[in-house]
Write a protein that binds this ligand. Structure first.
Ligand code: ZN
Length: 270
């Protein structure tokens, strides 16, 4: 599942292997994968652009290109990017192919077909994708307990839903929220505004641990070079319904919160 550790792993790989490279041509295999502009404008505008940087904001991959163009990729649930030789046969889940110099392709894959790309001037993209309204980044060095407290203090909504709201905090997906709340020993059904300073401190440390471990293990998906990440083996409770809680042995419970699958320990998450 593509959450921030998976996206961040890809961005770091892009920095290593794609920044400085030239897009020589673009092929769109699933027209719906291009959010905007039109498919023709998308492919034409990207030709002969050099990839200048690779950055991330929430789950968006931002690739500034030469000539003041920005290419944005979003993995949705299961998207991945791969750097492969141009002559490598295409998988059926290929949505977009960017031909690069040196006989290599950057390919966007998604079995469900939900991953998306868009291109345009940076200010247009930020406006249309509403990137300005994203909250502070959980992986930013400036993200501390005070920032978390400030973001949650007036939120009366259910804690899990508030943490998933990228306008409150950019960086937690469904899996990483459940894992962080379990690690912090906090019930996901609580009101966000009800957390004590001690609980906020635990939650902040737990979020940092879950995200940094996910990145250190290179996520749960294939990276840019096709290598499988190892983080899938490190889940505490996510998708472990009825299995014993690693802390107290109580069977892990499953509920839906705000329409999202939620796993928690009914005994040790207070
Ligand atoms: Zn427990």
């Amino acid at each position: 599942m593509a959450e921030v550790p998976e996206v961040e792993t890809t961005v770091r790989d892009l920095r290593e292997a794609v920044v400085g490279r030239t897009v020589t041509a673009t092929e769109v295999l699933l027209p719906a994968a291009v959010r905007f502009p039109t498919v023709d404008e998308f492919t034409t505008s990207l030709t002969d652009r050099v990839v200048l940087e690779a950055n991330r904001r929430a789950k968006y991959i931002l690739l500034p290109l030469s000539g003041d163009l920005l290419l944005v990729v979003h993995f949705a649930l299961w998207g991945t990017l791969a750097l492969v030789p141009t002559d490598q046969p295409r998988l059926p889940e290929t949505l977009v192919v960017w031909h690069l110099d040196q006989e290599q392709d950057l390919r966007l894959f998604d079995k469900l077909g939900y991953a998306r790309a868009a291109a345009g001037a940076a200010e247009v993209l930020f406006e249309r994708l509403d990137l300005h309204s994203l909250g502070p980044e959980a992986l930013d060095p400036g993200f501390d307990v005070d920032v978390l407290a400030r973001q949650l203090v007036r939120r009366k909504g259910v804690l899990k839903s508030v943490l998933l709201n990228q306008r409150v905090l950019a960086g937690l997906g469904n899996r990483d929220t459940d894992e962080s709340l379990w690690l912090a020993g906090i019930d996901p059904r609580r009101s966000a505004a009800s957390l004590t300073l001690e609980e906020l401190t635990h939650l902040h440390a737990s979020i940092e641990k879950v995200l940094s471990e996910g990145i250190a293990l290179r996520g749960t998906q294939r990276d840019l070079f096709g290598r499988k990440g190892q983080a899938v083996h490190r889940r505490y409770i996510f998708e472990k319904r009825r299995e014993p809680c690693p802390r107290c042995g109580t069977p892990i419970a499953y509920i839906r919160i705000g329409g999202r699958n939620t796993f928690y320990c009914p005994n040790c998450q207070k």
